[in-house]
Design a protein around this ligand. Sequence first.
Ligand code: SF4
Length: 88
Amino acid sequence: MEVYVDPELCISCGACIDICPAVYCWGEDGKARSQFELIPPGFEAGAREGMESCPVEAISEVFTSDQTQAAGQPERLASSTRSPDQTP
Ligand code: SF4
């Protein structure tokens, strides 16, 4: 598992670091970052909790191409956004 903290989105609230300081820390830019390039297996649950705590969704899980293939293609749901035709 890899996580990425987008410094453009991070508002430096510290929630992820409070929840999982083993994974998240402050970077020199005052934004949160992951301490690991590859999250050790024992820290994955904490990394996810920290990710879910982010109020601006600045943290995302990074999938390698191998992981994407293993997970398969995402299922697309059929939906219609069209509104019914209106008669004049
Ligand atoms: S929870 Fe999100 S906004 Fe807050 S410090 Fe962490 S990455 Fe930044």
